[in-house]
Design a protein. Structure first.
Length: 297
């Protein structure tokens, strides 16, 4: 079964000014990211404003990314929603359209105990083929539920297709615990952009990065330097990547991502209400800060 690795880019979702999904811009963004050397794509997650999208919209976006990528990079579709039925529908759809796998966030907003999270993941896993890989996705600061290591291990024990976890919280001790699941064969993808290099050093397979949707270059460069065993170069590049994270607010407000992409000549449209686009003065300040950063070819 395929796994995520390297620089896996969490994609933004382009909207028109009237709030409609723009699939043409989804395709153009997909091409841009592939051209910049990212290894995998991860649409429809937190960076993709998943909770503001309907199931039909999410299916259309998933189809566009898979069709555009055309096997050139690995594509895992994030299928997690607020309901089990919708999550299963999106998981099955991802398999039907030829995606390489899925990710599924923990239950959202309302509290879920360990038993409920375990059974939720087992139900999603059972709805798709055993050879269709699935990543658990833990982002407790947004989802309000934390996937404990022992729960992830029980899910992996019961589900052949659960191959790893995306962990979007900067807790390296927990990251290390995840790495011990299945005697070290469990794939761990760090979701904190700033931790790519230390995550690789610990044994993670890579990062699922929202900032790399705007500037893939520094993250790809860090990964390549690490693979070449040039740690001094990797450290220097990681410091540059962190500066990009700081200017782009590390994904706390996707309007920074969208405006920065426009500044790069990649128009991904607007925010969907209730979130607003950046005012002109903030766009100017963003442009100034980005211009002061080291540039990549």
């Amino acid at each position: 079964m395929k796994r995520l690795y390297g620089v896996t880019t969490a994609m933004v979702t382009p909207f028109d000014q009237d709030g409609q999904v723009n699939l043409e811009k989804v395709a153009k963004l997909t091409e841009f990211l592939i051209s910049k050397g990212v290894h995998c794509l991860f649409p429809l997650g937190t960076t993709g404003e998943m909770i503001r999208l309907s199931v039909p919209e999410r299916k259309a976006i998933a189809e566009t990314v898979v069709k555009t990528a055309a096997g050139r990079v690995t594509v895992f579709i994030h299928a997690g929603t607020a309901t089990l039925d919708d999550t299963i529908a999106l998981a099955r759809h991802a398999h039907e359209i030829g995606a390489d796998g899925i990710g599924v966030v923990t239950p959202l907003f309302l509290g879920a105990n360990d038993r409920e999270m375990e059974e939720y993941y087992v139900a999603v896993s059972a709805s798709i083929p055993d050879d269709f890989p699935m990543y658990l996705y833990n982002i407790p600061q947004c989802a309000s539920n934390d996937l404990k290591t022992d729960v992830a291990q029980r899910v992996a024990d019961r589900c052949k297709n659960v191959v790893g976890v995306k962990y979007s919280y900067p807790d390296m001790l927990r990251t290390n615990e995840y790495l011990a699941i299945n005697d070290g064969s469990f794939s761990v993808m760090q979701g904190a952009d700033r931790l790519l290099l230390p995550a690789l050093a610990m044994g993670c397979d890579g990062v699922i990065s929202g900032v790399s949707c705007v500037y893939p270059e520094p993250f790809v460069a860090v990964y390549n330097a690490y693979q070449e065993k040039d740690l001094e170069k990797a450290r220097a590049l990681q410091r540059i990547a962190i500066r990009y994270c700081e200017v782009l607010k590390s994904g706390s407000n996707m309007s920074y991502f969208k405006e920065a992409l426009k500044l790069r000549g990649i128009d991904v449209g607007f925010m969907r209400a209730p979130q607003l686009d950046l005012p002109a003065e903030e766009v100017q300040e963003l442009q100034r800060k980005l211009s002061e950063l080291p540039q990549f070819g």
